[in-house]
Design a binder for this molecule. Structure first.
Ligand code: ADP
Ligand code: MG
Length: 292
């Protein structure tokens, strides 16, 4: 493209709330055949709500929730925020915690009132030797409904299973349809549970799903697509998306996302609406068509 057409495209982007941070992103985007998107906060609102709470081994809902929320008060994950809001709605007063640690994409742990408390994904519990046998049937049902099942253990024993649901953004289905209509393949790449991710992907008509991956796993999944001869754009919002945004052919960050994601991206959308991806694609195709 000529410097002039790049300037015109960049300017048109600015009008539509699409910031091309690098001139070559405008060119590369026109060649993209696959759009990969993060789930939480990108396809979905990123504001999960607690929808279900089951307890085990004689625990009451309020005792279990109080310990879980006390630990989550130290975490900044959207899941933590949902659990704390839920505990606040039940007017539970939180306990002091010590030795808090967080394991990316897995869960959190801390000492509370002399007990060791774990909260996180099924794989985290399995790794820590907590039996989930009592929860299996219901956890599968929640996943099939697009809810994320989380587990809590106290001193190695399962005490609660918490269902969390994050609504799909109202604007997502229309934007994905436009991308499909433009002939692109759509992939979802997420750290969330496989069953949950697959249920949401099915609802949205997404072509492929990579789930239960850590930030480096997102990079590897994108590299695999690129190694297969695809030109790929990745859309994400979180700290956990930053390596993927930096490594992919075209990284697109959601402007409502974290600073770390925005810094790593080639293109930044001013709003959280995925119509911005469609606009970016159209501007780039138009710019490149004009110079041929
Ligand atoms: P995503 O790619 O969907 O943004 P993350 O990598 O942030 O997902 O998290 C993946 C999974 O790790 C969550 O679905 C949850 O099971 C678990 N997890 C992460 N942080 C927490 C937390 N603070 N409390 C409970 N579970 C957590
Ligand atoms: Mg996210």
């Amino acid at each position: 493209a000529t410097p002039t057409s790049i300037m015109v495209g960049t300017g048109r982007g600015a009008e539509l709330g699409v910031l091309f941070r690098k001139g070559d992103a405008l060119q590369t985007l026109a060649e993209v055949d696959t759009i990969a998107l993060d789930k939480t906060g990108t396809l979905t609102a990123g504001r999960p709500e607690v929808t279900d709470l089951d307890v085990f081994n004689g625990w009451t809902r309020s005792d279990a929730l109080r310990l879980v929320a006390s630990v989550e008060a130290k975490s900044e994950h959207p899941i933590a925020t949902a659990i704390i809001r839920h505990a606040e709605a039940e007017e539970l007063s939180l306990a002091q915690v010590t030795s808090f640690t967080s394991q990316t994409g897995q869960g959190v742990r801390a000492e509370v009132e002399g007990h060791s408390v774990l909260v996180g994904a099924d794989r985290f519990m399995t790794l820590e030797g907590v039996s989930l046998a009592a929860a299996e049937g219901r956890s599968a049902a929640w996943g099939a409904n697009g809810k994320t099942p989380l587990f809590a253990a106290v001193d190695g024993e399962l005490v609660a299973m918490i269902g969390v649901a994050d609504p799909i953004k109202e604007t997502t289905p229309k934007a994905l349809k436009a991308l499909h209509d433009a002939g692109l393949k759509i992939a979802m790449i997420t750290g969330d549970n496989k069953a949950t991710a697959q249920a949401i992907a099915r609802t949205l008509g997404i072509d492929t799903v990579v789930a239960e991956v850590l930030p480096e796993g997102k990079v590897a999944a994108l590299q695999k697509l690129q190694d297969g001869g695809h030109k790929v754009a990745f859309v994400g919002d979180g700290i956990n998306d930053a390596p993927a945004l930096a490594g992919v052919n075209v990284g697109i960050a959601i402007g409502t996302g974290t600073d770390v994601a925005i810094e790593a991206a080639d293109v930044v959308l001013m709003s959280g609406d995925l119509q911005g991806v469609v606009n970016a694609l159209h501007i780039s195709q138009h710019t490149m068509r004009n110079i041929r």
